[in-house]
Design a protein around this ligand. Structure first.
Ligand code: FA5
Length: 338
């Protein structure tokens, strides 16, 4: 019986089967228990030996049962752990993430270039007054240049800035020369839109003021920006142009070595030497605020450019309106992944 029982114990596949074996042999009415119950019928001289024998069988079975139970429990635990195991080496599911808008990418490239050259980076109000947007920039109300930048007027007589140049005025009123600063932000023009013109777009404005600043410094600065954007062999081109707040004034272009096709001059923006009337308007504003007049006799340059042009060419975007149409197909191409 012992051999048979031990075999059954060893073969029990799980806790339930083991419990059944246990009941059958050592349970209340199990075979071993019953065997013990027969002791009383034996002659007294045989009883002790037989009792010891049965108890030994019982002890052996119980040991085997306990051992088997431990083995089965461990196996069950192992199986559970295996089934619940997380394989941390499996690649995760990608989460959709936001991304930087192409204009912000271009802005970040540009401001990094100017930060390396020691410029402060600022922003400014999009709602402006006429004085900062036009008059202080040497554009009186009767000046034809006002027509160059058609304006969104607000009911209270203020306006949406048509360029970032009013920040030249605000920065100079608040700071004394020497100074180097770039302004980033949105500007607005009341004009019909097409593939290269939007009613809302961005500008990067640069302003440098000090003693003896010359056109050479301006050209060197634009060339350094071009090298930062397009590498050490980048070329720049200056053509005379007119902006009331600079004299002389120029438009500048950067040679864009298109890796995907036709290379060309990229007309980026306008620039020039600060007009003395601008310095005078700044000093007037400073005086009105009780500050010292410090700009007379200073020299400086300014430039303003549209980052949309750079982004369109860099990322192959054929129409400026795609930037702000919130089309997921366009924006999705600039997504990151977490
Ligand atoms: C200006 O706005 C001057 N404030 C720039 C300046 C600053 C000149 C300092 C001298 C000294 P302009 O109107 O040309 O200039 O605009 C500058 C750039 O903004 C353009 O070269 C172009 O890149 C971009 N731009 C102008 N209008 C639009 C438009 N409707 N949509 C997209 N980009 C535009």
């Amino acid at each position: 019986m012992q051999t048979q029982a031990l075999q059954e114990i060893a073969a029990a596949p799980d806790g339930e089967a083991l419990q059944a074996v246990k009941t059958r042999y050592v349970g209340k009415s199990g075979l071993v228990t019953k065997e013990l119950g027969t002791l009383g019928k034996l002659p007294p001289e045989e009883r002790k030996a037989r009792g010891a024998e049965i108890n030994a069988v019982r002890a052996a079975l119980e040991t085997a049962l306990n051992e088997r139970e431990a083995v089965l429990k461990q196996a069950a635990l192992d199986a559970k752990l295996a089934s619940e195991a997380i394989d941390v080496t499996l690649p995760g599911l990608p989460l959709p993430a936001g991304g930087l808008h192409p204009i912000n990418r271009v802005y970040d490239d540009l401001t990094a270039i100017y930060e390396r050259m020691g410029y402060a980076v600022i922003e400014g109000p999009e709602v402006e007054d006429e004085h900062h947007n036009f008059e202080a920039l040497n554009v009186p109300w009767y000046h034809p240049a006002r027509d160059l930048q058609d304006t969104f007027w607000l009911d209270d007589g203020r306006l949406l800035r048509t360029h970032t140049s009013p920040m030249q005025i605000r920065y100079m009123v608040a700071h004394e020369p020497a100074l180097k600063v770039v302004v980033r932000g949105k500007v607005y023009r009341y004009e019909a839109t097409d593939a290269t013109h939007e009613a809302m777009f961005h500008q990067l404005e640069g302003l440098v003021v000090g003693d003896g600043i010359s056109m050479t410094d301006l050209k060197g600065t634009i060339a350094e920006m071009a090298r930062g954007l397009y590498g050490p062999t980048a070329k720049v081109r200056f053509q005379p142009s007119y902006y009331p707040f600079v004299e002389p004034g120029a438009d500048f272009a950067v040679w864009w070595d298109n890796p995907r096709g036709e290379s060309k001059w990229l007309e980026l923006g306008g620039c020039g030497m600060i007009h003395p009337n601008v310095f005078k308007a700044v000093d007037d504003l400073r005086e009105a605020e009780g500050r010292e007049r410090v700009y007379e006799g200073k020299t400086g340059f300014a430039f303003g450019l549209g980052p949309e042009r750079i982004a369109m060419l860099k990322y192959g975007i054929p129409d400026i309106r795609y930037f702000y149409a919130n089309d997921p197909k366009v924006i999705g191409q600039f997504r990151g992944e977490l």
